[in-house]
Design a binder for this molecule. Structure first.
Ligand code: SAM
Length: 300
């Protein structure tokens, strides 16, 4: 009966949760989608087709997952809350092309996950992301080894604004620079709190990320790029010369930082928040060979 029932109906959802004695966990960002129009918008933005494999982050009770499975070659759904697994077993019964995986999307090696998953074909990524972990999940996703084509995420509206911010504004930060380095981003919809159960306190937005065929500027290794961006925004009120010297992970001396900034064509007294993504690339290219390498190499 349930397979034909709409999980976007608040009545059906609440009945399902009650039958499984499931209590919604606010600390895991569990705001389930109960709006069929928004579900439709997410699916249309992602455009999964027969050749695609889908990685879904945080399937919840399987509302999106069931629809994705009808359209794609295979769906890998990564969920942190083990208590949702009995619910998912019920809602996804009869769908043979779904692999449910238990794990933390901020820490899982997503490239390896999809390499070892069944099915074949290009990967598209989707998730109504838990708000408490949106940034670490996106950094893990972008900085890892996953080869992907397109991603559609539901995020807090304020996070969506940070993703598309202009240099020099207060929203412009490490997230903005990292997103625009790897992707072209657009906002597909603004979503009211009424589209979720339980209702969150803030508005949300659906964003679509298209992976750039080539990152801007000269090729820079992901470690150098992420370290330089982190350092610049860790001390956003300081000049770049001071921020890069202070950031403990870099291990750079002031006597080296100044000439390298000048060599990259960047005035040392500027603040990191004024640099464009192309200037960050130049800077990471110049500083890269001098950065201290640690066990966390490769992280964004
Ligand atoms: N996709 C469902 C929907 O749209 O109704 C649920 C979305 S709900 C906003 C976020 C989901 O992510 C929940 O199922 C939650 O348990 C799961 N989650 C929370 N933290 C996670 C993490 N670090 N890794 C993977 N899933 C997580």
């Amino acid at each position: 009966m349930l397979l034909s029932a709409k999980l976007t109906s608040p009545r059906v959802l609440q009945d399902l949760l009650r039958r499984h004695d499931f209590r919604v966990k606010k600390k895991l960002g569990q705001n389930f989608l109960v709006d069929a129009n928004i579900l439709d918008k997410i699916i249309r933005s992602l455009a999964p087709a027969g050749e695609h494999r889908v990685l879904e982050i945080g399937p919840g009770v399987g509302t999106l997952t069931r629809v994705l499975a009808r359209k794609a070659n295979h769906v890998v759904a990564l969920e942190l809350d083990l208590e949702l697994f009995p619910v998912l077993e019920e809602t996804l019964r009869g769908c043979s092309n779904i692999t449910l995986v238990h794990g933390d999307a901020a820490k899982t090696d997503l490239g390896r996950l999809m390499e070892t998953a069944p099915g074949a074909g290009p990967v598209v990524v989707v998730g109504n992301l838990p708000y408490y972990a949106t940034t670490p999940i996106i950094f893990n996703f972008l900085g890892g080894s996953l080869s992907w084509e397109r991603a559609v995420f539901m995020v807090q509206k304020e996070v969506a604004q940070r993703m598309v911010a202009r240099p020099g504004t207060k929203e412009y930060g490490a997230l903005t620079v990292t997103i625009s380095y790897y992707t072209e981003v657009e906002t597909a919809a603004v979503v009211s709190p009424d589209s979720f159960y339980p209702r969150p306190e803030v508005e949300s937005a659906v964003i679509r990320l298209d992976r750039r065929a080539k990152t801007p500027g000269a090729w820079v290794d992901p470690f150098s790029f992420s370290q330089v961006v982190r350092a610049a925004f860790a001390y956003r009120r300081k000049t770049l010369e001071n921020a890069l010297t202070r950031y403990p992970g870099l291990g750079l001396k002031k006597s080296l930082v100044r000439p390298l900034l000048v060599a990259a064509g960047i005035e040392p007294s500027r603040r990191g928040e004024t640099l464009s993504v192309e200037e960050f690339t130049e800077l990471a290219f110049a500083l890269g060979p001098f950065l201290r390498r640690t066990a966390t190499d490769g992280e964004v």
